[in-house]
Design a protein around this ligand. Structure first.
Ligand SMILES: Nc1ncnc2c1ncn2[C@@H]1O[C@H](COP(=O)(O)OP(=O)(O)OP(=O)(O)O)[C@@H](O)[C@H]1O
Ligand SMILES: [Mg+2]
Length: 236
């Protein structure tokens, strides 16, 4: 068997530090506190994969409306109309389509819907933004068990999945229920760190690959720069 195809992160220099990117078919957590660019990072991958290699992406935005999301991305130089193979479904639509599934089999209903989306959009990459917003739609009676099955289902779907996960600042859990990090194939952590410039306190963005199965990568956190719609890390 040949080596798995890799999906680039489109963060300049980062892919070189992880054997070319995320192995296709993986389910990866994109974690960080508010404002750490989780949504932008995930969108950036779908946007560029669509433009570069015609890969098809579906971005499911559960927190921001489609309009708000696309405005934000446009302000960062990503004009969604230039990425023909990328689609966005927002909360309003997903809620409508999920209907009134009871919480017992809620994840099953969600999975059926994701399968329908996969068929409709024929997508290779799926971004789910965010897991936490998803949790807010249902009551998880047995999170460990339900999430185990949900992650299995995501694998079954055959797409590469980017799951956005919110981390309160200074928290150490990469997912709300503490099991997401074990269930995922990879963890990309976006974080802030306080620095001082002269006597002025400030924060800087950092990115680290905490886990990527089957991949040689280091555990350094690299300063992350976002300029003119381009992500870049600073390697010392
Ligand atoms: N045009 C721009 N150029 C550079 N940075 C920007 C621009 N517009 C917004 N930002 C930065 O992007 C941040 C938001 O990015 P993004 O929405 O991807 O973060 P997030 O981690 O998904 O946040 P949340 O948890 O609130 O969803 C803003 O807090 C701001 O610092
Ligand atoms: Mg976001």
């Amino acid at each position: 068997m040949g080596k798995a195809q890799r999906i680039g992160t489109y963060v300049e220099d980062l892919d070189r530090h992880m054997e070319g990117g995320i192995p296709a078919g993986y389910t990866v957590l994109v974690c960080g506190p508010s404002g750490s660019m989780k949504s932008t990072f995930a969108f950036n991958i779908l946007y560029n994969a669509s433009r570069d290699s015609g890969m098809r992406g579906l971005y499911i935005s559960m927190e921001q409306s489609k309009e708000n999301l696309l405005d934000h991305m446009a302000s960062l130089g990503m004009d969604a109309s230039k990425a023909k193979n990328m689609n966005v479904v927002d909360m309003g639509r997903l809620r409508r389509e999920l209907g009134k599934a009871n919480s017992e089999d809620w994840f099953d209903t969600l999975y059926s819907q994701l399968k329908k989306y996969k068929k409709e959009f024929d997508c290779d990459i799926l971004a789910l933004d965010s897991l936490d917003a998803l949790y807010a739609l249902t009551v998880l009676k047995n999170p460990r068990n339900q999430l185990f099955h949900f992650f299995e289902d995501l694998r079954e779907l055959g797409t590469t999945n980017l799951l956005v996960s919110e981390m309160p600042r200074n928290d150490v859990l990469f997912g709300k229920h503490g099991v997401e990090e074990f269930l995922s194939d990879g963890i990309i952590h976006l974080r802030f760190r306080e620095i001082e410039i002269g006597r002025t306190p400030s924060v800087r963005r950092y990115i680290g690959i905490v886990k990527m199965r089957g991949t040689s990568h280091d555990l350094d956190y690299y300063p992350l720069l976002v300029e003119k719609g381009r992500f870049e890390i600073v390697v010392e």
